[in-house]
Design a protein around this ligand. Structure first.
Ligand SMILES: Cc1ncc(COP(=O)(O)O)c(C=O)c1O
Length: 449
């Protein structure tokens, strides 16, 4: 499409390659499928961007947006104003939060939610008289967004190179991926102990009085679906408590049943001070993110803002009523018995098909929880030797999968899966049939390389 090549700079795309290849044009969606301009359907195995949890044609969400558009398409929440739907959404999020929370704040994206979390953490510590508590700990391979601050949290080199990032004061500690980062003969439990010890050493080296917060995804998604060791969060949370370091749980991908629980925090007993949400909050039908903060944080922030005269933070679209209407309808659906029963039916199918992939000659590790999965491809199963980076095996595998009619994503040589939660059992089976077909094609290609 000439217009696209001429006028549009794409996200996460090589612009030079794009000028040669042109865009894949997606025109419509139905259930868990999207269709290109030639009418070819693709099973969207990663829900767009880990986001369209209810698929691509949910009429209840469309109707909720339409009703709100007709009633009041926009109003804001500055200066004591609010729309009823936004107040309802805040109350609903506080009600379903996995740990007691006091207030919801709205944004338009996951990045803005995490960015706001950092600002709130700084504001909080300043208000309490700890102005040196500024540093934020994230983890290598984490994904928390792309604003200046959140790209700094994101633990991936491409997000930093030539953007002059990460910002000073953003620190990265171990990624808790046992398969890749354990040392020989280390048990998974011992690996978690080592991660926790390294975290504590980092805190001591930097000075605990300078560390404000740590941010974690319960299960790291875009970094290759990293499921932490079972004891990992039990070990790191007391360390954070010991040094008065706040915990931010980034539930942008994990939230709303992705991991088999309503929230990822529930899987591991995570007790955060702040929770950030986006994506499935509206099934990505409208751009919306949110933060939930606990009563302690709220009280300190409120008192400080009272001294200053206002809480001087907020976006034009903080609490957009159309986004809120869609989010509320999503939350209704997520709590319906038949929806939960459906998840209970498809999740074991998803997990058992994931496990079967272990037998494929290219697969070194499969990992995942709920309806989130990662399949790591390796050159040698026994030694776990990875493929050479310049072979781009993960990227090539995605191309073979696309040819079969399946859209997935990769993190290096890990193929990541995150299908819409509405997928039926036959659709889940079909997704894995196509994935396996794509792996077979990748293997043939490798043999001819
Ligand atoms: C865990 C996590 N946090 C935050 C973000 C950033 O969200 P957004 O792209 O809406 O800014 C993402 C995006 O993929 C994510 O996966």
């Amino acid at each position: 499409m000439a217009q696209d090549i001429a006028c549009h700079l794409h996200s996460y795309t090589n612009p030079v390659l794009h000028a040669q290849l042109g865009p894949k044009i997606i025109e419509r969606g139905q259930g868990i499928y999207v269709y290109d301009q030639d009418g070819r359907g693709y099973l969207e195995g990663v829900s767009g961007l880990w986001s369209a949890a209810l698929g691509f044609s949910n009429q209840r969400l469309v109707q909720a947006a339409l009703n709100q558009m007709q009633q009041l398409p926009f109003y804001h929440s500055f200066n004591h104003r609010v729309t009823p739907i936004v107040a309802q959404l805040a109350a609903e999020l506080i009600k379903i939060s996995p740990v007691p929370m006091s207030k919801a704040f709205f944004t338009s994206s996951g990045s803005e939610a995490n960015d706001t979390a950092i600002k709130m953490v700084w504001y909080y510590h300043n208000a309490l008289g700890y102005p040196k508590k500024k540093k934020i700990i994230s983890r290598f391979r984490a994904y928390h967004g792309v604003t200046i601050a959140t790209a700094s949290l994101t633990g991936r080199v491409h997000n930093h190179t030539d953007f002059d990032l990460p910002l000073a004061g953003i620190l990265h500690t171990d990624c808790p991926h046992f398969y890749r980062h354990a040392v020989p003969h280390e048990t998974e439990q011992d690996f978690a102990v080592r991660c926790a010890m390294n975290l504590e050493q980092l805190i001591i080296k930097e000075g605990p009085e300078t560390i404000a917060a740590m941010i974690v995804e319960p299960v790291m998604a875009a970094g290759g679906v990293v499921v932490p060791p079972k004891n990992y969060f039990d070990l790191i949370q007391p360390i954070l408590k010991k040094y008065h370091i706040l915990l931010i749980a980034d539930e942008v991908v994990c939230g709303f049943w992705r991991t088999g629980q309503m929230f990822g925090c529930q899987l591991y007993g995570i007790q955060p001070d702040i929770i950030t949400l986006a994506k499935a909050l509206t099934s990505a039908y409208m751009p919306m993110g949110a933060l939930l903060i606990n009563q302690q944080m709220y009280q300190v922030i409120a008192n400080n803002a009272n001294k200053i005269g206002t809480f001087a933070h907020g976006f034009t679209y903080s609490g957009h009523p159309v986004c809120a209407a869609v989010a509320l309808e999503c939350l209704k659906i997520y709590q319906e018995n038949n929806f939960i029963a459906h998840l209970q039916q498809i999740t074991p199918v998803f997990q058992s098909r994931m496990q079967q992939l272990k037998n494929h000659p290219l697969v070194g590790e499969v990992r995942g929880v709920g309806l989130l999965g990662g399949v790591e491809l390796v050159a040698d199963k026994i030694s776990r030797k990875p493929f050479a980076t310049n072979q781009n095996v993960g990227r090539e595998a995605l191309k073979f999968m696309l040819k079969t009619g399946l859209i997935l994503r990769n993190y290096g040589d890990t193929i990541t899966c995150c299908p819409p939660l509405i997928a039926s059992t036959p659709e889940i089976e079909h997704m894995f049939d196509l994935l396996t077909q794509g792996l077979d094609e990748t293997q043939k290609w490798l043999q001819n390389c």
